[in-house]
Ligand binder design. Sequence first.
Ligand SMILES: [Zn+2]
Length: 299
Amino acid sequence: MEVARESALQPRAEPHCRACGAPGRPIFSKRGFLFAQCDSCHCRFVVGDLPALVYDEGYFDGDSFGGYPAYLDDRDLIVENFARRVRWLAPHARGGRLLDVGAAYGLLVEAASREGFDAVGLEPAGGCVEWARTESGLEMVHGTVEGATIEPASFDVVTLMDVIEHVVDPGVALRRIRRWLRPGGLVVIETGDFQALLARVCGRRWYYYDPPQHLTYFSAPSLETLLEASGFGPPVAVGHLGRAVSLRNFSFQLGRSLGDGVWGNTFRRLAGSRLGSFTFNVPDRGNVVTVAARATRGG
Ligand SMILES: [Zn+2]
């Protein structure tokens, strides 16, 4: 089964980068998917035309293939992680109108509102949009980064937290976002860093290498290259901000990485146990990178 899938994904010609279109070279296979590294922007990507996933609230409540189950059980923790990011980006923002792309239940919108921003969320999962409107009274737009109608030059800050790796064509998405920003507006992207400690230790087993939900993988330099190619200036800030995580989410992700064996099942059981609410901090430089850059041209 694995062999059949892999051969179906073998490119007839050399693979081409999802982010910039330049040729790349194969680096490894995992779960039947072929991974390559771009020779030009140096991001890593899954080879082949994978169908776009439909993100609904199942992604966040454990009904789907992966995602982040029991997301709302970690609500306070996630809001505080986001508040830390909002305080980090705030000195670079030239105005208070903020759009969070892939906003889920609006927890970054909630954190940004508390920090004084006039914040809006953009989210494809209708159930999440409804929940954020009714439970938190937030302004939410239902849609995708590829399809949403957003007024040009109407935002000072656009954030994408754990989102860019899901997008089928990240270059197209960033060029759309650049048009939504006012001149000098700030885009802030946080994603897994394949040069960080955890990825180096885990190699291809790194949980972020997770198609079909994650399609493109970055380091700080490859993200900067893509941003410059998409109408943004050099980064005004690069952060390794760490984050607090629950044992519930950590064990779930580890259990998925380990598969159906004894250890995978053990960690999945741990995720569902009372110990799941225990939290700890992933150190700075451990796993993710956050990059902020300005739009060099407005809407
Ligand atoms: Zn590239």
